[in-house]
Design a protein around this ligand. Structure first.
Ligand SMILES: Cc1ncc(COP(=O)(O)O)c(C=O)c1O
Length: 426
């Protein structure tokens, strides 16, 4: 009863607050408290599920591509769009930067707002001061969004790309990586969590190895924030590009780039405009461009969509209120439940591709069934309204399952039943 009452109160307050949002800036959103969904720090996940408009007929296991937003995020975006369209006033987004910064535990001045992970990757790949012949290391399991910016930069600037073969353990990965280092290595550009098997790479250790040799570390963090409770300062990378529209449950078309303060003078802003913040002039005989502001905002340019950014602020508030550790635990608990069931299936029927080493997996499990192609399995799943992601990258031809807080053990049981039935196909 108490839970139900708490829930009703929180939903009502969420609705009231979303109407109030009409006149809100991001700073105000940050202070907007709805009643906790938690009781004695135990979250009622069924009640949390009701805060999403995701159809209950759909079993959605594709957060790795796009996370679905809670209703309060949609309300915030809608109300803010109304505000802009009815008043013509554009509003402010500055409070969002500091909310994201504290979400990933870095300085406000180290966050650049972007539209997705790939834009952050491009800003770094194009902004590093390379010289011809320098070497870049990427992995053999990249998403196109991390492969292409580096391959293109290498082509244009005459660089060499070396490919790190990932392995099931952190020790092997670090060993393989060190073998690729040379005095020409300029940057290591690896995913935090691969899009293929969801493997979590040992970023902190990679940072230590790279920095010992004076090598920069760029991390493709598409899947990091929201899946893991991150501390980027502690991870020790130089750059980290991420999306707010996946595991952070924010509006689509939002992301951020972390640029360590020490690297901001070295990373050339290739796209410039309103984020520049310094002196410039075209009124004298010659144009003048002064010094960039002392912040990663220098990599931003042009008009942004205030409504989307206030939606990100609401997504961050929503996650903080549920508790970052609670969310990470729920994501991992569901993933582990799936993993244990997959391990239970006879080995001649299935390959579980996600490594099992502690710390190397979190919210993604990837598998391949031996008796059915990944195309056919995905089609069968879709016919039961179960959305999975096919992994074609690196010719894995596998199925990827992402688990988030709107998923349930019952949904995983439904998936396992399908997997077992398909694994029996001759
Ligand atoms: C590892 C990885 N990197 C980059 C991307 C591209 O992300 P975005 O669409 O936010 O640019 C993805 C998308 O799924 C991904 O999984």
């Amino acid at each position: 009863m108490t839970n139900r009452r708490t829930f009703l109160r929180s939903t009502t307050q969420a609705l009231v607050s979303s109407f109030m949002a009409f006149n809100m800036s991001a700073e105000v959103v940050a202070q907007n408290q709805i009643a906790p969904l938690t009781l004695n720090n135990k979250v009622d996940w069924e009640q949390v599920r009701d805060l999403f408009i995701l159809s209950k007929k759909k079993t959605y296991f594709n957060t790795g591509t796009i996370g679905v937003s809670p209703k309060s995020v949609l309300d915030m975006v809608y109300e803010q769009m109304l505000k802009v369209e009815t008043t013509g006033e554009y509003g402010k987004i500055h409070g969002v930067r500091s909310q994201i910064a504290s979400f990933v535990k870095v300085l406000d001045s180290e966050i650049c707002l972007t539209s997705n992970t790939t834009s952050g990757i491009n800003i770094v790949a194009q902004g590093i001061r390379f010289k011809r012949g320098d070497e870049i290391i990427i992995t053999n399991q990249e998403h196109v969004g991390n492969a292409l910016p580096w391959l293109q930069t290498a082509k244009v600037k005459g660089l060499k790309v070396k490919v790190l073969a990932l392995a099931p353990t952190a020790e092997e990965i670090l060993h393989n990586l060190q073998k690729l280092f040379s005095h020409k290595t300029k940057v290591v550009a690896v995913p935090h969590i691969t899009c293929t098997t969801g493997q979590v790479l040992p970023i902190k250790e990679i940072a230590t190895l790279a920095h010992k040799q004076g090598i920069l570390l760029f991390v493709d963090g598409a899947h990091g924030p929201g899946m893991l409770s991150l501390n980027l300062t502690d991870l020790g990378c130089d750059f980290y590009a991420a999306a707010c529209h996946k595991w952070m449950l924010g509006p689509k078309g939002t992301g951020f780039l972390y640029v360590n303060q020490k690297q901001q003078e070295n990373l050339i802003p290739c796209f410039v405009g309103s984020g520049f913040g310094g002196d410039w002039s075209v009124t004298n005989k010659e144009g003048y461009l002064g010094k960039f502001i002392d912040s990663a905002e220098r990599y931003e340019y042009g008009t942004q969509n205030t409504a989307l950014w206030l939606g990100v602020a609401e997504a961050v508030r929503f996650m903080n209120e549920l508790g970052r550790e609670n969310i990470e635990k729920r994501i991992k608990d569901l993933s582990e439940y799936l993993k244990l069931h997959l391990l239970d299936i006879q080995q001649d029927k299935i390959d579980l591709l996600t490594p099992g080493e502690s710390g190397s997996w979190a919210g993604i499990q990837t598998f391949r069934l031996k008796n059915i192609s990944h195309d056919d399995f995905a089609e069968k799943a879709m016919s039961q309204n179960i959305r999975v992601r096919k992994v074609n990258e690196s010719n894995l031809n596998a199925i990827r399952i992402s688990t988030h807080i709107y998923n349930s053990y019952g949904e995983i049981d439904q998936l396992i039943t399908l997997i077992k039935a398909c694994s029996m196909i001759r």
